[in-house]
Design a protein around this ligand. Sequence first.
Ligand code: M6R
Length: 600
Amino acid sequence: MCGIVGYIGNHDSKEILLKGLEKLEYRGYDSAGIAVRNEKGVHVFKEKGRIADLRNIVDDHLTGKTGIGHTRWATHGIPSKVNSHPHQSASGRFTLVHNGVIENYELLQKEYLADVSFTSETDTEVIVQLIEKFVLEGLEVLEAFRKTLTLLHGSYALAFLDAAGSDTIYVAKNKSPLLVGLGKDFNVVASDAMAMLQVTDQFVELMDKEIVLVTQNGVTIQHLSGQTMERKPFKAELDASDIEKGTYPFYMLKEIDEQPLVIRKIIQTYQNEQGQLSIDPEIIETVNQADRIYIIAAGTSYNAGLVGKQLIETLAKIPVEVHIASEFSYNMPLLSAKPLFIFISQSGETADSRAVLVHVKELGYPTLTVTNVPGSTLSREADYTLLLHAGPEIAVASTKAYTAQIAVLAILSEVAAKYKGLETGFELTQELGLVANAMETLCDSKEIIEIISKEFLSVTHNCFFIGRGIDYYVCLEGSLKLKEISYIQAEGFAGGELKHGTIALIEEGTPIVALATQASVNLSIRGNVKEVVARGANPCIISMNGLNMDEDSFVIPEVHELLTPLVSVVPLQLLAYYAAIQRGCDVDKPRNLAKSVTVE
Ligand code: M6R
């Protein structure tokens, strides 16, 4: 979703801003812009489309050592040049970029800005017009900024420039993520560290309701109330090469291939000196004290949560409910007496999940975040965090984060079980090692999946995924992958449920992907395949070695039944990838989607 960058220092800011915006492309956007300040004023360039389109219109000869930039994912107003950021105040003095949603913008417009003519349809423009209004009424810029912020309801990460005042980037945030980066003779602003790793790895976290003044040689942080805040920088533990594609055509393929490595890294990281899987005992006690666990997540992380439920209930014997974050806030179930809330989020920034976290914290319940991003909002704000150690995931379609989430939840389940003396009946470290090997075998068999996807999905507008038990959960993920990057309408169904309505959609040639990795339901799912084949469907059965039959299209190596999602999802990820390639889709940046969904 929207991304922000800013630079103030010794060098020309233009290229640093554009490169920073390119690093934020993965978040999803539909337009982009930059503003560069020099002795002649502030110069704005913005364009609908990609950063490459923006580059085409930026004046090559313009120089300026201060600037801000933005990628926009439209919420209020269509994607267009006019609605793109930066936005300027009526006189052009103030220039601002914003990530988030100002819920009361119409009210503010009516109450304070009835005589100002707006140029865009955005909620953002109200912020920059308010700052100017209060300055015209006699307030200093900082006070006008403070007064404006106290009026805003909603989420924001924002940065603005004052063409007439001092050379400063004014910054503030509430709910939406924003960091300040520190350098020698320069400072930067960024929605995430990746954008500015090109110039620094030292960052300062900003908290909600803080105002920050960023100059070439200093960063001043104040609470909205005026109190000055001190904060130490942290080093972003990211290697610039982690965020490069290397020889891969798309990040998604690179990230699929990284999965065996990620699983091995997780095993290593969660092992103690005796080689046993281990997690902070305080977390394990909190898990075991809960009489029910509520998993809150969205999209792929929700799908991983469903598998997590199976793992926790089977191994640690604690009942689990899995909830879609955006529903939970206003449709909360009757809670148990001693709940624990687990938030699963690759980015750690999903606004829907954060809204639930804030709410349940107010209610006084313990919270644990499982995330890939240390220092992310959900990680900072929960009582405990378990990290995925998957490395940056850049492709919008989540792949290695999904398998990492399941692996970490498996470890949590096993450690919690062992802590209370329950026997799990298998050695998880060893089983996860086998999973990593199996994943490697699958990554080496890409050509087969590519051929299947060509034969199977080339001429279709829809597709169904069926499975039973844990396979059904993987089907939900497989169908999400296919639809989000190839735009083929796809749905995941519990095998037995299809005939209760949806079977009406099966026509001659409708593709059906069926998963058969569970011995207890192997025959039932095959029966469900027969039902749809009898109505003309074209099946692709993906089974596990040992349960396979002649009719199967693809067989995955055998792993422990509970861990099959880690392996069976790989051919589904590849199927989606190749289907998208065949259709000429932009695999890493699918239309309308954002990597980090920072608005509710
Ligand atoms: O960062 P999160 O895991 O909280 O994101 C949740 C969803 O937005 C995300 O999983 C989304 O569904 C992916 N694009 C799916 O590939």
